[in-house]
Ligand binder design. Structure first.
Ligand SMILES: [Cu+2]
Length: 499
């Protein structure tokens, strides 16, 4: 695909990626959202295992890494969800019926001895929840983790942050049960979302141990004539997990699953990085990604790209059209610098074989969105992400997270413009709950894309300017870095929308 300018919307996902200069986005270098923590201790085994991206946590996994490196290999039953090694498998699907989805999720350790892994409903990742705008989703969470508190966050959903909805201030003690109820607005964007624990101080440990699952809001571009007939493949990308054979990343709990397509065959892939700290810098040998959605929102137009960087928490919906017969690797390319550097690894193997089929026509125009560039701004703010400020390892605007302090008060219905400044030498993926945003500028340069996202990478020493409208819901929620070790160590703040 020579001479094709990098679409701005893609630059949102590949800030500082290989083609950054072409994207006129500013800061050069490599994207890095991995888990390295400048100035903080890292488990020795991370370096020994050759995986610097794992990141140091307040605690390590229950199985001590040093012991693990010496241990006799364990029967790794956690990765045997599928019918056999390397077979493609997807988590069980739970679908709403007559407008209601009731789900029981038990968060519990997985049975394989010594791995410290955890899962919802016994599957790694947890079951996929599928529902539609206007539905009611009730999730009864049981904490069977055997010690720590936990809770549940529905990442990207535009739902109330109060009461028993997407309220991350709730804490569910070990042995307790709690029912969350999410009323999905009738105009909710259709797309790919995910759920995970959001218990401050334990988020990294619980998500990196496996507690995550996908959600799909159906409708919207599902009904476009070029998209409706396409088979879908859901990818919950996780890792790294420590195994007797070293660190591994998984797709739906499988290491390097094998996929088979016929030449010309078209599929729709929902790619979700549901890891705690690592980035997935995705590229499929010989195949462009035909990008149709980001972060649970449709794009206005299809955009064809060679690679997509998904920081932790980010999603991309793409179409894939199989090329000539052969074997192609889906890779996460080497990426990042310094403590955030990650090596290349294989995500999956695509085999194209069999009789060729006529390629389906790909859509061009998708679903138009309001361009917030033309909207009146009610208030402007600057939000600064810091490391080592005033003795704090991680902070926002000079303060570490305190669940009793409201850092930002916003008027319901206001449209605000925030300049998100990164005063550190590491990448920080900014994420805000409840309301999506449009990226307006990167390092002060106009961005030019009209799409919505709930997470955006802040380049080291740089800035991203966003616009967001605080609609529908009052209450307290949070914005934070989605590298969960950073969040757990204080890089999170409380916002309250008032009537
Ligand atoms: Cu961060």
């Amino acid at each position: 695909m020579p001479d094709r300018p990098v679409p701005p919307v893609v630059a949102a996902r590949r800030l500082n990626c290989r083609s950054l200069a072409a994207a006129a986005v500013g800061t050069a270098g490599a994207v890095a959202l991995g888990g390295g923590l400048a100035g903080m201790a890292r488990p020795a085994s991370a370096g020994e295992a050759g995986h610097p991206g794992h990141g140091a946590g307040r605690r390590v996994l229950p199985s001590a890494p040093a012991a693990m490196a010496q241990a006799t290999p364990v029967a790794d039953a956690d990765f045997q969800l599928g019918p056999g090694p390397n077979r493609w498998v997807e988590p069980p699907v739970l679908r709403s019926q007559a407008g209601v989805l009731e789900v029981a999720l038990e968060a519990a350790p997985l049975p394989a001895a010594g791995t410290g892994r955890m899962a919802y409903a016994g599957t790694l990742p947890g079951p996929t929840l599928r529902f539609r705008p206007g539905d009611t989703v009730a999730v009864t969470l049981t904490n069977a983790l055997g010690g720590d508190m936990t809770n549940l966050h529905v990442h990207g959903l535009h739902v109330s942050p109060e009461g028993n909805s997407d309220n991350v201030f709730l804490m569910i003690a070990d042995g307790e049960q709690f029912t969350y109820v999410y009323d999905i607005p009738a105009n909710h964007p259709a797309g790919t979302y995910w759920y995970h624990p959001h218990h401050h101080g334990d988020s990294w440990q619980q998500v990196s141990s496996g507690l995550a699952g996908l959600m799909v809001v159906e409708g919207g571009q599902d009904d476009l004539p070029e998209i409706a007939p396409l088979p879908q493949r859901l990818w919950a990308l996780q890792g790294p997990f420590r195994t007797p054979d070293g660190w591994v990343h998984t797709a739906n709990g499988v290491v390097n699953p094998e996929i088979t397509l016929q030449p010309g065959q078209t599929e729709r892939w929902r790619l979700a990085n549901v890891s705690a700290n690592d980035a997935f810098n995705l590229a499929l040998d010989g195949h462009p990604f035909h990008l149709i959605g980001l972060d649970g929102n449709p794009l206005p137009d299809r955009q064809d790209v060679d690679d997509i960087v998904l920081g932790p928490g980010e999603r991309a919906d793409v179409l894939i059209q199989a090329e000539a017969a052969g074997t192609y690797l889906l890779r996460s390319l080497a990426w990042g610098e310094g403590g955030q550097r990650q090596p290349e690894f294989t995500v999956a193997t695509l085999t194209v074989t069999g009789a060729a089929v006529a390629p389906a026509p790909l859509p061009t125009a998708l679903i138009a969105l309001e361009d917030l560039a033309g909207a009146a701004v009610d208030r402007r703010r600057t939000v600064v992400f810091q490391e080592g400020y005033d003795g704090l390892p991680y902070s926002i605007d000079g303060a570490a997270f305190d669940h009793d302090v409201v850092n930002t008060v916003v008027q319901l219905g206001d449209l605000e413009e925030w300049e998100l400044r990164n005063d550190s030498a590491e990448w920080h993926p900014f994420h805000i709950h409840v309301n999506d945003f449009q990226v307006m500028a990167v390092d002060g340069e106009p961005f030019g894309a009209v799409n919505r996202q709930d997470t955006v990478a802040l380049p080291p020493g740089g800035s991203v300017t966003i616009r967001t409208r605080f609609t529908d819901f009052v209450g307290r929620f949070v914005y934070h870095c989605h590298i969960l070790t950073h969040e757990d160590h204080g890089m999170m703040a409380v916002i309250e929308v008032v009537p």
